[in-house]
Design a protein around this ligand. Structure first.
Ligand SMILES: Nc1ncnc2c1ncn2[C@@H]1O[C@H](COP(=O)(O)OP(=O)(O)O)[C@@H](O)[C@H]1O
Ligand SMILES: [Mg+2]
Length: 471
């Protein structure tokens, strides 16, 4: 049983923070509204499930769904309500839609007094009130029965309200007047892609400045939101990171967790050295990294790094082993998502493991997929999200325009820009501008760059020796 001082939870990282106050031990009534398919059942079940994990009891009343279908559906989203049911913390009851609303409410009351529940979900209030034709009686049911429900059973009540397609208003006899919060789930099509947002319509007792919060519903992960980070809440720089070669030590000295390194190369060249530098930083500090490529399938990137190590005489399977030890490879086609869903997808991947570093590869591609002001906003928010969590970010991409280069500079703590240099023999060499925030750039020659890459390879060799012959 829930102690009176205990707070309930949304079960969605971010929502508890944003709507602090709503899940307080005070007895609240929230309305989750939206079109069919918007995610109401998913959010309500998430609230239900997360609280059963804390030992609270949840009663789920549905007028629409069959128990088995409902449980299987939620199971696929990562909500193991069957086990909560087995441990007696979750109860799903399907009530028939009846013309006798008094009878239905009586059944509901009986269920509520049969046990001590902390959370009650009614899915949906429309189904319940369907039989009440006139608005005045709907209003009277809502005011007289549901309004006092949270006080009566001393817990959280979440009423699900269906809004008709094409309409974003609730036609439920003034339900928004009796609720402490109205969360409207919307889904719309942006540039051909599904985008989901949660609109905070009314929040009592919490200062909410964000009107629309993008969210996603994914297999195994369920309901996830992504909130902009509050700058004031970001702590000091994270732990110190060392650089893998003398050139970088000399120019950048050191880095910190939570910082951003940008590696830029000419648009008509693909510089493998940039991947080697990223590998070097990761290996040097024993970080576990996830590399997300917008450009190549994950296998190709892995192969190009492994191939580069093999050229230096490292055994193929050993090279593969060491690369896999430090980096997990993923690919995302940014054109298969809307921008907010792209961000959600990335964060979902990044949060799927305990990674210390995130390497984005081919960053010029999503940059051109969206309007620039929108991109700046997403990028800025994302960098702060990582900063807050102390994840090193390495962004690798081609130079495509002065504007985007300058933008990348503004979110970077260090930048390495490869440029062609004329060797005079018709052969292309690279030189590199190496720049650390608040300082003047250093221009490194191709010899210096090669030396740096050699040092990285030496470092990998050392790690291999340790792996093969542990002390
Ligand atoms: N396994 C799944 N993987 C990804 N998306 C899913 C999965 N199951 C359901 N969804 C998405 O969740 C939505 C349904 O959510 P639901 O909570 O039932 O909506 P509502 O109750 O508002 O009608 C659908 O739009 C569907 O696309
Ligand atoms: Mg539903």
């Amino acid at each position: 049983m829930r102690e009176p001082h205990e707070t309930l939870t949304f079960g969605v990282e971010g929502l508890d923070r944003l709507f602090r106050g709503l899940m307080l031990p005070a007895h609240h009534l929230i309305v989750i509204a939206g079109h069919p398919g918007a995610g109401k059942t998913t959010l309500a079940s998430t609230i239900c499930y997360a609280n059963t994990l804390r030992g609270h009891k949840c009663l789920y009343i549905s007028f629409q769904e069959d128990r088995d279908r409902f449980l299987s559906f939620m199971d696929r989203l990562g909500l193991n309500l069957r086990s909560a049911e087995a441990s007696g913390l979750f109860k799903f009851v399907k009530l028939p839609i009846s013309f006798d609303i008094e009878g239905t409410v009586m059944m509901l009351n009986k269920l509520l007094s049969s046990d001590r529940f902390d959370v009650l979900i009614v899915d949906s209030i429309n189904a319940l009130l369907e039989v009440v034709i006139d608005n005045a009686s709907k209003r009277s049911w809502l005011q007289n029965f549901f309004y006092s429900l949270p006080q009566v059973f001393k817990g959280l009540v979440a009423l699900i309200a269906e809004t008709p397609y094409g309409l974003e208003k609730l036609e439920l006899g003034g339900i928004e007047f009796i609720a402490d919060a109205v969360l409207l789930l919307k889904h719309r099509v942006e540039e051909g892609f599904l985008t989901r947002v949660l609109e905070a319509r009314k929040i009592r007792g919490a200062p909410v400045t964000l009107a629309e919060i993008p969210f996603s519903i994914t297999e195994g992960k369920g309901f996830e939101v992504w909130l902009p980070t509050v700058l004031e809440e970001i702590g000091r720089e994270g732990g110190k990171l060392h650089l893998p070669c003398n050139l970088l030590k000399k120019t950048l000295d050191h880095m910190h967790r939570g910082q951003v390194v940008n590696i830029v190369y000419p648009a008509d060249g693909e510089c493998i050295d940039s991947l080697m530098l990223a590998l070097g930083i990761v290996v040097q500090n024993d970080l576990r990294a996830i590399l997300i490529s917008y450009r190549y399938p994950p296998e190709s990137i892995r192969e190009s790094i492994v191939g580069r190590l093999v050229i230096q005489g490292i055994d193929g399977s050993m090279a593969e082993k060491i690369v896999n030890k430090y980096i997990v490879f993923r690919g995302i086609n940014p054109f298969s998502y809307s921008i907010s869903q792209l961000t959600a997808r990335e964060l979902s991947l990044i949060n799927s493991g305990d990674f210390d570093a995130v390497v984005f590869h081919g960053v010029e591609i999503p940059r051109h997929a969206v309007e620039s002001s929108r991109h700046i906003r997403e990028l800025y928010n994302q960098m702060n999200y990582f900063r807050e969590r102390g994840k090193l970010v390495i962004r690798i991409g081609a130079y495509t325009s002065r504007l985007s280069y300058r933008l990348e500079c503004r979110v970077s703590d260090a930048l390495i820009r490869f440029r062609y240099s004329n060797s005079g023999m018709g052969k292309v060499n690279y030189r590199a501008f190496i720049w650390r925030r608040n300082e003047k750039p250093y221009i490194a020659s191709s010899e210096e760059i090669n030396e740096c890459v050699d040092e990285v390879i030496e470092l990998v060799n050392t790690k291999l020796a340790v792996t093969q012959h542990p002390a």
